[in-house]
Every structure is written in structure tokens, then in C-alpha cells.
Design a protein. Structure first.
Lengths: 125, 177
């Protein structure tokens, strides 16, 4: 198949030609492959006229706005936690750190940042 | 503006530079998404989502790949997520997978599209990239992030199924005559 595609087959082309000449099955398969190649040759994927930028820009702007209130709430919570941890007000700092440790452990356990966009390989189903 | 310059500007938050990338690749991306999803609306949705992913992940752009190779991974992730959620399209009338070619009848194109529709999205994807985008085995391995040997076996299986489908259509057409 690789040789028929013009790719390096991994063994001698002469050896392949000699085998195909004497093997009816391979000869038939090669003929069919070439017929399919011929049928598909010259076709290209349709590239329809689209203008997706306005929708994409709109959605990027919406997403950018969406995380800001959460970031603010998060920041306020962190400040509140830090204030709560002041030694003069609360001696049991280790207990107060428990939620933070749980969150860190969760990240370690799932071995993935849930906010990260996957740009890596998706395993085939 | 070349891709490298646009990417650098995008990494500094420049949306206009990103617009440049979207406008350059959107049509090709929709073509590739239609090849996987066989549905124009879903394909446009997947492309939009993938471009938004790209904008958010551009800080981690892999310089060992071209922009489109890197973006294609995001696009196919979006497409396969979508295939898992929806039922395959039954109505082929609204979908044009292949471009009309001068000297080639619409009937031939439609028969080919029908045969391609009967393949799985993974098979259709590899056949489209090989034949209609002209990618070599090595390029397919990079695009699909699979070893070269897997490219060869997957392509072999896809071709066999496509051939069987086309032969069935031919026989069907002959009996009609």
C-alpha cells in the first residue's frame, strides 16, 4: 500500500514487484487500490465561504467577562481566609489550612488542571 | 503579517492578530470539520469553539508545529466531542463535503460523498486528509498524533470499506439501468 501511495514501503520495490507479479491476490488488491485512487484523485474538500470572526470575537469577549466576577469572589475569599488565619485571632492555623490542602490534593489526584484546554492527543475510542 | 508574528501578538493579547489567523484558516477548518462531522452547522460550531480554545491556549503554542497543525488538534478534539453527543446526520442534501470540479459530474461527486458518509468519522477523516488535502503518511502522523504504522493500517481499513461501499453503489446503479 505504501509503495502504491508513493511512500517508502520499508522493503525493496523490486521484491514487491516480483511478488505482485506472481500473486493473484496482491495483484487484484493493487488494481482495486489504483482504481480507488483514480476515483478520488482530483477531488478537494469544499471550503465554504464563511465569516466566523464576529461570532468568535463575541464569544471571546463574553468568556473574558464571565470569569472576572468569579476571580473577584475568589480573591475576596482568599483575603478573608488570610485574615482569619492571623495568629492573634486564631491559634489553630493548621485546621484552617485543611480546605486549601484538600484543593491541592484534588489537583494532584486528578493529575490534571480542570481549567486547562487540552491541546494534546485525544485517545481514540 | 505571517503566522509567527500573529501568534506572538496574540500571546500579548492582541485580538486583531487573532482575527488574522481566523480569517486565514476558517474555510480550511470548516472543510476539515465537515469531513469529520458531515454536518455544516455542527462543523461551524466546532470551528468556532476550536478557535476560542486556540485563543485561550495560544500562550502554550507548540513552536515545533505550524499554527494549523497545532490548531487541528484542538479542532478534532472539538469535533469528536461533538460526535459523541449527537446522532449522525441522515440528510445529505445540505452537506457538500467535496468541491465541485470542472469536468466532473455532480452525480459522481454525490456517489462519492454518499460512500464517504457511510464511513466512521475517523475513517472519513484519514481518507479526506490523505486524498483531498494531499497529506503524506508522515504529515498524517503529525496531524492525527499517531505512529506512522497506525496511519498505514487505519488508511488500509478505511480504503477497503470505502471500496466496498463504492462497489455496492455501482452494482446498485447497474441494476437500476
Amino acid at each position: 500500500m505504501a509503495a502504491a501511495d508513493g511512500e517508502e514501503p520499508g522493503f525493496s520495490k523490486d521484491l514487491l514487484a516480483a511478488h505482485v507479479a506472481g500473486c493473484a491476490n496482491c495483484h487484484h488488491e493493487l488494481d482495486q487500490l489504483q482504481a480507488l485512487d483514480q476515483m478520488l484523485a482530483g477531488h478537494t474538500l469544499s471550503e465554504p465561504r464563511v465569516d466566523l470572526w464576529p461570532a468568535i470575537e463575541n464569544r471571546i469577549a463574553k468568556r473574558a467577562i464571565r470569569w472576572q466576577p468569579f476571580a473577584l469572589i475568589g480573591l475576596l475569599l482568599v483575603i478573608y481566609k488570610l485574615l482569619e488565619m492571623l495568629p492573634a485571632r486564631d491559634p489553630g492555623m493548621a485546621i484552617k489550612l485543611v480546605p486549601l490542602v484538600i484543593v491541592v490534593l484534588l489537583f494532584v489526584l486528578i493529575k490534571e488542571n480542570p481549567f486547562r484546554i487540552n491541546t494534546e492527543l485525544v485517545l481514540e475510542r | 503579517m505571517d503566522d509567527a508574528g500573529a501568534i506572538k501578538r496574540c500571546q500579548q493579547g492582541d485580538r486583531e492578530a487573532f482575527r488574522h489567523l481566523v480569517e486565514r484558516y476558517q474555510r480550511r477548518a470548516v472543510g476539515h470539520a465537515v469531513a469529520i462531522l458531515f454536518d455544516r452547522d455542527d462543523a461551524e460550531d466546532a470551528v468556532q469553539e476550536a478557535f476560542i480554545d486556540a485563543f485561550q491556549a495560544i500562550g502554550r503554542f507548540d513552536t515545533s508545529r505550524t499554527f494549523y497543525q497545532w490548531f487541528y488538534v484542538l479542532l478534532r478534539n472539538r469535533c469528536y466531542k461533538m460526535t459523541a453527543r449527537r446522532r449522525p446526520t441522515e440528510n445529505l442534501d445540505d452537506v457538500q463535503l467535496l468541491a465541485s470540479q470542472p469536468g466532473m459530474s455532480d452525480e459522481t461527486r454525490l456517489a462519492l460523498e454518499k460512500a464517504l458518509h457511510s464511513l466512521t468519522p475517523e475513517e472519513r477523516e484519514i481518507v479526506s486528509l490523505k486524498y483531498f488535502s494531499g497529506l503524506s503518511y508522515d504529515e498524517l502522523a503529525v496531524h492525527l498524533q499517531i505512529p506512522r504504522g497506525t496511519v498505514m493500517s487505519r488508511l488500509f481499513n478505511a480504503r477497503q470499506r470505502l471500496q466496498r461501499k463504492l462497489m455496492r453503489f455501482e452494482r446498485h446503479a447497474e441494476t437500476k439501468l
